[in-house]
Design a protein around this ligand. Structure first.
Ligand code: C2E
Ligand code: MG
Ligand code: MG
Length: 746
């Protein structure tokens, strides 16, 4: 007994090899193995079984005359329904050893074994029957009286029953395994081709077949009308994705159509059509398989169970792919959305096959202007019309997605993704309803491995570069620059720190004296903001531009005015009630209505005369939003306050604006003051500004005076006031008060 029991890691193979004789061939004989060294008995047996039929089938006898002969035979051929075995052969327990070998070593549990003995009481009947799974144990001499046929019939019945049970178990196991394999499918196409393979496997025929669907509501590329071939194997592969009508073999097409129309499976001698109903599969499916033979009843049963499982599999996949669409598709353009982009980036990063992968961001210029001009409906249609040329420029494997309104992202192999291709798309006008639209866009590109971290971080990094491109103007491209990102990161960190520090009085004012150039007496001060942090002072030139990009600029503005008012009160208390203070105001502060009124309210609250608080606003800020800013400044002046135009001379203001400028002072920018002694052009500009001030009837203050020569020149040329390091650096309030007191004493 050399053959080990089937090493069954694969019940499939077991099932195929051990197909029950009853199922495979109805007319095939029952095979009986008789093992006995008693030749006389063997002869009689052969004679008795010669024309015997049991349960409608003939009996075929194999004979072995010893345990070892039986062992050799069974090593090659195990397909027996019944084994008749003599107990005593070469040894006194040879028969029992045969039983043990069959059951334990060969692992054969279905064949029924009838143990025969010549001598009554030789082996204890009950004990032997119990421990060896025997069907019978009888005396040879009793065989005649009990009837050999009866003994064999009982054994064969037992065998058939066992085979049926085993086969059903194996069939179910097969279906379970097949169903498990189907669950790994993610798309209808995947499950369709998997079903063909599994059905063919189940029936042990080559995979030659078709899966058709009717009424699947979310297939985009379904030809209108009629069933569509969504799965095809073997000779049918060429018809994949076509309509059923394209099948040249009309009889197959009709057979499939009949299953779909009749809502039932169809069995023919050479093929099977399974039908998966809509209520389980979410659409009607027919699976055609060329079997080349009629199926057994048991195979039909198997197919029935399989079809029920596979129907649900189709239903699940349809559900998943619908959910997938909802989660990963842009509703308007029916292309991947932001979530899909994130997923694709992660996927490409994991399995890029060593290829460099890249992302390109495309942001249309002034799309909101286009929406305003033509309406959202046309705007949407223009976006939709853009998808086709983008697809043409970036064919698969590139993936085109929409992140937000007019921002597209394209990911794929670096060789395919570059901004020159994108720009070429915009070189052509976009045609829609006989109208041409000229679009431009800003782009940025970034290699997927340029930034560590999540896909969202990569997108954010690219977005920062894109913003830099946008700032440069329409049609700009910007390659990803980690520096831009670093600076953006720093700005962000600064902004959030500023938000916190605003609560904690970390922002305070210092005061730079402004002096009368003729007398050298201090007449007031410019209040300059300082931010003290753990790492030291941050200059306003760094944090004011950041604050201007946030809502904090308003709170900062209020804080500055309040502190300036408190300083004026302190000056009063020190007997310096005639001095004034000017505060700097950002253009953004004029976004909130009623700036003049708010400043006035702060002064009133502090009990300070508004006339002693001047507002400084840069020339560029006034010119940028002239109407709005000028009006607020007019209000402020009407209330009694004064206004100085800061950094004058740097903004190239037109004369028309200057005439209407609501100002009391012009501040000559330090860039001209700095070069007064050596540069004729700076002197010319300073002279012009002073002249202009005189003709507009406003006062002049020069800032950044560092040398006596500069001060002298300015005084001689008609500038009344000045500030700068020559006189004093910006000072803390107490020091400023002390400086004023010593300046006041002659
Ligand atoms: P600004 O209003 O033109 O202020 C003059 C700047 O020149 C100040 O720099 C001042 O310290 C500096 N300065 C004064 N004298 C000299 C000098 O002799 N030589 C040189 N080289 N520089 C001199 P600071 O304090 O760094 O302020 C820079 C800018 O920050 C200010 O320019 C102003 O635009 C803005 N700023 C300051 N405080 C505030 C504020 O409270 N609110 C707003 N919105 N902006 C402020
Ligand atoms: Mg200033
Ligand atoms: Mg200035």
């Amino acid at each position: 007994m050399a053959t080990p029991p089937p090493a069954s890691d694969d019940a499939l193979i077991g099932f195929r090899d051990e197909a029950p004789p009853s199922a495979a061939a109805p007319a095939s004989p029952w095979r009986v193995l008789a093992v006995d060294d008693d030749r006389g008995f063997q002869q009689a047996l052969a004679h008795a079984l010669r024309d015997l039929h049991i349960l409608g089938r003939p009996v075929e006898l194999q004979q072995a005359y010893s345990l070892s002969e039986a062992a050799h035979l069974l090593a090659r051929d195990r397909d027996f329904a019944v084994i008749l075995a003599d107990v005593v052969m070469e040894t006194e327990d040879a028969g029992l050893r045969l039983v043990k070998g069959v059951r334990e070593m060969l692992g054969l549990h279905e064949p029924r074994i009838v143990l025969l003995t010549g001598q009554p009481g030789f082996a204890p009947v009950d004990a032997v029957m119990e421990s060896y799974d025997l069907s019978d144990y009888c005396l040879k001499s009793d065989l005649a009286s009990r009837g050999l046929k009866n003994v064999l019939t009982a054994a064969i019945r037992g065998y058939s029953h066992l085979i049926a049970v085993t086969s059903a178990r194996k069939g179910l196991q097969l279906i379970l395994e097949a169903s498990n394999r189907l669950t790994t499918a993610r798309t209808i196409e995947q499950i369709a081709s998997a079903v063909l393979v599994e059905v063919a496997d189940l029936l042990r025929v080559p995979a030659e077949g078709i899966v058709c669907v009717e009424g699947q509501d979310d297939t985009d590329d379904a030809p209108p009308g009629g069933p569509v071939i969504i799965g095809a194997a073997g000779q049918f592969e060429t018809y994949l994705k076509g309509s059923l009508q394209t099948l040249p073999d009309r009889s197959i097409a009709e057979c499939i159509a009949a299953a779909l129309n009749g809502h039932h499976p169809i069995a023919r001698d050479d093929c099977q059509v399974l039908y998966f109903p809509r209520q389980h599969a979410m659409a009607d499916y027919a699976v055609y398989l060329a079997t080349g033979r009629p199926l057994e009843a048991s195979e039909h049963e198997l197919l029935g169970v399989f079809a029920a499982n596979a129907s649900k599999g189709f239903g699940n996949v349809a559900l998943i792919s619908r959910l997938d669409r909802m989660a990963f598709e842009d509703e308007l353009l029916h292309i991947p959305n932001r979530a899909a982009l994130m997923r694709e980036i992660e996927r490409l990063r994991i399995g890029n096959g060593g290829q460099q992968q890249r992302m390109l961001l495309i942001d249309l210029d002034d799309f909101s202007g286009l929406n305003d001009a033509f309406g959202v409906v046309l705007g949407n249609r223009i976006l939709a019309a853009l998808v086709a040329p983008l697809r043409q420029a970036f064919p698969p494997p590139a993936m085109i997605s929409r992140i937000t309104a007019d921002l597209f992202a394209i990911v794929g192999p670096a060789a395919l993704i570059d901004d020159t291709r994108a720009m070429a798309v915009f070189d052509q006008p976009l045609r829609l309803d006989d109208t041409s639209y000229r679009l431009t866009a800003c782009t940025t590109q970034i290699d997927l491995d340029a930034v560590p971290g999540s896909a969202a971080e990569l997108l954010r990094a690219a977005w920062t570069s894109l913003r830099a491109a946008k700032l440069r103007g329409p049609g700009s491209r910007a390659a990803y620059d980690p520096d831009i990102e670093r600076r953006a990161g720093e700005r962000f960190a600064m902004m959030s720190r500023l938000g916190q520090d605003l609560q904690h009085d970390a922002l305070f004012l210092v005061f730079q004296p402004q002096v009368d150039l003729a007398t050298g007496r201090i007449v007031g001060a410019e209040a300059l903001l300082r931010w003290r942090t753990e790492t030291g002072l941050i200059p306003p030139g760094e944090f004011i531009p950041v604050a201007e990009k946030s809502v904090y600029i308003h709170a900062i503005g209020d804080r500055v005015v309040q502190q300036a008012c408190a300083a004026l009160k302190a000056l009063d208390a020190a007997g310096l009630g005639t001095l004034s203070i000017s505060v700097n105001v950002s253009a953004r502060q004029f976004d909130a209505p009623g700036l003049a009124e708010r400043v006035a309210a702060h002064c009133a609250e502090a009990g300070v005369d508004l006339r002693r608080l001047a507002l400084e606003i840069t020339e560029t800020a006034v010119m940028g939003h002239f109407g709005q800013v000028a009006q607020a400044l007019r209000h402020y002046r009407a209330a009694g306050g004064s206004v100085a135009i800061d950094d004058f001379g740097t903004g190239l203001s037109s004369l028309e604006y200057l005439r209407d400028l609501p100002a009391d002072h012009l501040k000559i920018d330090l860039s001209f003051v700095r070069h007064l002694e050596h540069d004729e052009r700076s002197r010319q500009i300073a002279r012009m500004i002073i002249k202009l001030g005189h003709s507009l009837g406003v006062g002049l203050i020069a800032e950044g005076i560092e040398t006596q020569g500069q001060a002298d020149w300015l005084r001689e040329n008609g500038c009344q006031e000045g500030q700068g390091w020559l006189f004093a650096r910006p000072l803390p309030l107490a020091e400023f008060i002390a400086a004023c007191q010593s300046s006041a004493t002659p």
